[in-house]
Design a protein around this ligand. Structure first.
Ligand SMILES: NC(=O)C1=CN([C@@H]2O[C@H](COP(=O)(O)OP(=O)(O)OC[C@H]3O[C@@H](n4cnc5c(N)ncnc54)[C@H](OP(=O)(O)O)[C@@H]3O)[C@@H](O)[C@H]2O)C=CC1
Ligand SMILES: [Mg+2]
Length: 345
């Protein structure tokens, strides 16, 4: 059974949002923009735009050396488009992402057909691969960068109806596409994935795939099969990948993950019997899986590498934005607490 130890926190969050009333008016405004093409076209006139070049977001370095997502106002964007030889009405190709804290609508726009370096110069920024951007951006900006890319990719790969092969037409906000021939409406999709940090009480189990950057280990994960519950996927994936049977599943949180085609990560903790920890790795799925001690984990959490490709292949864990990192951090906190209780720290 899933136990949500975050339920209390989540309820409080919802309450404090509704007390202010601001949250409600913001989501209702966004709902209107999603559904009303005319209102969305109007919103484009006072929008904030994130640019992507072949799905790489535009970043800017601030005067204090911190990277941030570049956000352009409508008039600035129109001016830049004209300077690089594109009609200013190209802004209408944008997709609605959300709105800023000030209630200003935010959009993403793919500019991959335009000259990259000319744009970078005009925008005083640079297009950075999203995986790399996750290491560079401050925490709250990463989900927005991911959402913008995911929405662009979904539209790029859903231009045709899978029933008729005819083109699908987007609404203005980009919240759906429709095939006028079959009448089918397509909505942006995420594939559910379970990610689990398995513990034997004093160590946690991390694994790596051959495609991971050198030295990086993460929690076990796997796509949900059709018809499966979270618990069923979790039991199956751990059994398939490392040959262990888990118990005591605890839900931790969720996250949209843009790779490979938008996953919806459901993160859990689970335990195994400390007498049954022998891993039997499925080498077709994983390159390695190992038990890590509290000391190894805290060391890895203390020194997150900025650019793993330049580091020697020492053990490291996914960056703070990845929900795997949150699971590992929670496990370390739990261990620290229990060590204190047992007088070990
Ligand atoms: N945010 C985070 O902290 C983390 C996120 N993740 C994400 O979780 C996802 C799943 O983890 P992973 O362990 O690889 O999954 P799995 O263990 O399920 O293995 C992936 C394999 O399943 C196949 N597959 C089945 N269904 C799908 C689907 N809907 N989409 C894509 N492939 C599918 C793929 O085959 P084939 O490729 O041959 O088609 C792929 O080889 C990854 O995309 C990864 O990016 C993973 C760890 C941490
Ligand atoms: Mg897996």
């Amino acid at each position: 059974m899933l136990q949500s130890f975050k339920l209390f926190f989540n309820c409080n969050l919802v309450l404090s949002r509704s007390y202010s009333g601001y949250y409600v008016s913001r989501v209702r405004y966004l709902k209107r923009l999603k559904e009303d093409d005319e209102a969305c076209r109007e919103a484009l006139k006072s929008g904030n735009f994130l640019l992507y070049h072949k799905l790489s977001p535009l970043l800017r370095k601030t005067s204090n050396g911190i990277y941030t997502l570049a956000s352009l106002k409508t008039s600035d964007l129109e001016h830049i488009l004209e300077k690089v030889g594109k009609d200013k009405h190209f802004v209408n190709e944008s997709f609605l992402l959300g709105c800023t804290d000030k209630g200003e609508p935010q959009f993403s726009l793919e500019v991959g057909d335009l000259d990259r370096s000319a744009l970078e110069q005009e925008c005083r920024g640079m297009f950075v691969d999203l995986r790399k951007a996750f290491f560079m951006l401050p925490g709250p900006e990463s989900p927005l960068a991911a959402k913008g890319q995911a929405l662009l990719r979904w539209h790029q790969t859903n231009c045709f109806c899978s029933a008729t092969g005819q083109p699908t037409i987007r609404n203005q906000s980009g919240s759906f596409r429709v095939c006028n021939s079959s009448g089918i409406t397509y909505y942006p999709k995420m594939a559910p994935v379970v990610i689990v940090l398995v513990s034997d009480g004093s160590r946690c189990l991390l694994a790596r795939q051959t495609m991971f950057p050198l030295g990086m280990y993460s929690a076990l994960s796997g796509f949900c099969d059709m018809g499966e519950s979270v618990e069923e996927t979790l039991h199956r994936e751990v059994a398939e990948e490392v040959g262990l049977e888990v118990e005591n599943i605890q839900y931790s949180g969720s996250q949209h993950w843009p790779f490979p085609q938008s996953s919806f990560m459901l993160a859990c903790h689970a335990t195994v019997n400390p007498d049954k920890t022998q891993v039997n790795i499925d080498k077709a799925e994983l390159e390695d899986a190992r038990w890590f001690t509290y000391e190894e984990i805290t060391e890895a959490l203390r020194k997150p590498p900025l650019d793993p490709r330049r580091e020697p292949p020492v053990f490291w864990v996914p960056p703070p934005y990845a929900i795997a990192n949150q699971l590992i951090q929670e496990w370390a906190n739990q261990q620290q607490l229990s060590r204190k209780l047992h007088g070990l720290e």
